[in-house]
Design a protein around this ligand. Sequence first.
Ligand SMILES: *[C@@H]1O[C@H](CO)[C@@H](O)[C@H](O)[C@H]1NC(C)=O
Length: 230
Amino acid sequence: MSLVLPLRLLLLGAPGSGKGTQTSRLLKRFSNLHSLSSGDILRAQIAAKSEVGNKAAEFIKNGKLVPDSTMVELINTELELRGWLNEASSWILDGFPRTRTQAEALRKVLIPRKATVNMVVELDVDQNVILERIEARWVHVPSGRVYNLDYNPPKVPFKDDITGEPLTKRSDDTAEVFQKRLDQYNLELGPLKEFYRDLGVLHRVSGNTSDTIYPKLERLILEKDKKNDI
Ligand SMILES: *[C@@H]1O[C@H](CO)[C@@H](O)[C@H](O)[C@H]1NC(C)=O
């Protein structure tokens, strides 16, 4: 089905909360919805050697973080290129903005195009549940097959189902490393939520699995679409 009204959606969620899964389910459900991830934009603009792409490549080459102003410029350029920078297009932005400063900068470029973010949903997943899931995750590096010891265990413990080769843990799939990412997220979340709450577009759905969160998220979107209040 298609959305009647334009939806410019931002999903806020901790690393490991399943933003990617929710996004791909929404894209399957709503045929006129698109998604754009900050990582994809960065790669596309660098490959295209656009002016802003070259600027971003320079920061990365020097081992620096791409600054907020350049990220906003990248997103703006890519939205423009795709013809989505208008009041009629529907899209989900993934991985950006992460901070209130970024959100403010993004809003500034979207306002003149009447394409501001009109719905923000916080995916509220218990962080202990996220950590348990990370701890239980093992991978077969050559194939990229991922196992979860609780939900999707290998047939033989710690062995890949197809090749029988040993499974390993990714270096960042430990509670310790992941906790640092969660702490960073938690630090940025308050000011970011406040910004969107003040604009009257913030919502929240709670659940510990993608299957429990998705129906709530879809219902929120459908209600908003029906109410014509976007
Ligand atoms: C998520 O899991 C935690 C810990 O098991 C539990 O306390 C909480 O109620 C769960 N949340 C939901 C929405 O099911």
